[in-house]
Write a protein that binds this ligand. Structure first.
Ligand SMILES: Nc1ncnc2c1ncn2[C@@H]1O[C@H](COP(=O)(O)OP(=O)(O)OP(=O)(O)O)[C@@H](O)[C@H]1O
Length: 481
């Protein structure tokens, strides 16, 4: 316990019925705090203290049907994965306490109206509570995280058998989440049923739900579902940008203590020949069509150039096993082509629609290296792509720069890991926009691939793409703190 033992003790209480002395150090100014306890009432300098770091605490709950001073501390412990990339890095734990420090209760007790507990007990026809385990997201940890963390946690909170309380869904293909949304979530939302979805996946799961909810008209009774995301993908941009990954509980603390917030979306519209690439780009699929244009919606990012290229090239089973490192591996290949040439200059006309303007204004450059519009601040942990973006602020921001050498581009984008310093570089354009239009001028199909939230869409020769912000209002909520 070090110097802390000399500070005043916070309280005396019990752990598992044994008398203990508590000490609570709050998290402050980016420093992790600790809940500590020592056996007995009178700790000495030699007393051994046990600790739970505040970033491992999910919540502090009044114990059911026991005295007013009884609380359960729900927390996670780190697991030894032995290098198994599919193993959960944490496991669910509880600590039965009596009279814990008031400040811990204040900091970690779920708020009355907004918490998971209230959402679970909402009345309504049929089951309205779903858990989706996306088995192929990220490095494939979702199944074990379900077993080690989410299942015991939900069992504890609901005091019920999970299968009876929740509708469980394990993905078996890349269309499982869209199919489920079409057959279950959308009809129920249209029938006015409020639905809570716990999603163990990357950004893709949320985007599949949002796009499918938008694929058919809504009734007047439409009730927007809410989604709590447990970040088990590769980039987890949505979770990293909305505060879900601030602690080490893999989204469990947000699930129980967060409240619903509208997910902002943009809409991308394409020239008629645009197709979605699937199955490691071996197959093409039609996108949803609206007024004869293929469209899709995104909550995270729409890009062309280096970013889209590296997402596309690294979306293979081989690369996926490397987790987020796959982006950097593919980036190296794009920036330093094996034939020794410079990175590809992407040819096309860019125009932007600025907020409160009705006129598209061209960007004065026909060749580009990086063109990226985003609604979020982080594309992956530490990669601070848009430092001006605030959680779920609904502002679309454009970042772009022209061709440069591999070394220069690498040095520039590495500064995104230094708290977003890349945007201070005079070669980088960075501004809030209402829309972005690209008219592609590339012969080779490889350079006409764009990325919308991790999905890759290839536009036909001479084709175009137009992105407009502000498509998500009233559609779906994300649980955030
Ligand atoms: N059992 C499965 N078989 C095939 N595809 C699957 C299966 N389960 C999920 N998928 C697909 O795998 C992809 C996973 O995307 P998701 O965004 O969740 O993770 P990610 O791409 O690793 O992370 P991120 O988008 O955060 O970088 C989705 O396209 C999803 O539809």
């Amino acid at each position: 316990m070090g110097t802390n033992t000399s500070q005043p003790m916070d309280a005396q209480g019990e752990v598992d019925g044994r008398p203990v002395t508590w000490f609570y150090q709050r998290a402050e100014q980016g420093q992790v705090g600790r809940l500590s306890w020592a056996e007995g009432r009178v700790p000495s300098p030699n007393t051994e203290w046990s600790h739970i770091s505040t970033d491992h605490i999910i919540a502090v709950f009044p114990a059911r049907s026991q005295g007013a001073s009884q609380y359960q501390v729900l927390y996670v412990s780190d697991s030894d994965t032995n290098g198994d990339t599919k193993a959960s890095p944490i496991a669910f734990r509880t600590l039965a306490t009596s009279n814990p420090p008031q400040q811990v209760i204040h900091d970690f007790q779920p708020p009355g109206q907004a918490c998971l507990y209230t959402r679970m007990s909402q009345p309504g026809p049929g089951s309205n509570f779903h858990v989706i385990v996306s088995t192929a997201s990220g490095t494939g940890q979702a199944v074990d995280v379900w077993k080690q963390l989410v299942r015991p946690f939900l069992e504890f909170v609901s005091a019920d058998n999970v299968e009876q309380k929740f509708e469980m869904h394990f993905t078996t293909s890349e269309t499982t989440i869209s199919d489920l949304t079409r057959s279950v979530f959308l009809p129920r939302a249209n029938a006015g049923v409020s639905q809570s979805i716990v999603l163990l996946s990357g950004d893709g799961g949320l985007v599949d739900i949002a796009n499918t909810l938008l694929s058919e008209p809504h009734t007047q009774t439409y009730q927007k579902p809410n989604v709590a995301i447990l970040p088990l993908g590769t980039g987890n941009a949505m979770a990293n940008s909305s505060g879900v990954t601030k602690d080490k509980t893999l989204g469990a603390s947000t699930l129980i203590r967060g409240s619903p917030k509208d997910v902002p979306l943009f809409r991308a519209r394409f020239s008629p020949g645009a197709r979605l690439l699937v199955n490691e780009a071996r197959e093409e699929r039609e996108l949803t069509s609206h007024s004869n244009s293929p469209i899709c919606h995104g909550a995270v990012v729409c890009s062309w150039g280096l970013h889209a290229g590296l997402v596309a090239d690294s979306d293979t089973a081989h690369y996926r096993q490397f987790g987020a490192e796959r982006f950097q591996m593919a980036a190296k290949e794009a920036l330093y082509p094996s034939d020794g040439s410079l990175p590809h200059p992407y040819r096309g006309k860019l125009s932007v629609l600025r907020p409160a303007s009705n006129t598209w204004q061209p960007i004065d450059r026909m060749e580009h290296a990086y063109v990226l519009a985003t609604l979020v601040s982080h594309l992956e942990a530490g990669f601070h792509i848009s430092p001006a973006s605030k959680p779920l602020d609904g502002k679309l921001r454009l970042l772009h720069f022209g061709p440069m050498s591999g070394e220069e581009a690498m040095a520039l984008m590495t500064r995104a890991y230094q708290d977003g310093k890349h945007v201070d570089d005079p070669r980088v354009g960075y501004e809030e926009i209402a829309g972005l239009r690209i008219e592609f001028d590339e012969e080779d199909a490889r350079w006409r691939r764009v990325c919308v939230d991790g999905k890759i869409i290839r536009v036909e020769q001479g084709g175009w793409m137009e992105v407009k912000n502000g498509a998500g209002e009233g559609l779906v909520d994300l649980i955030a703190m």
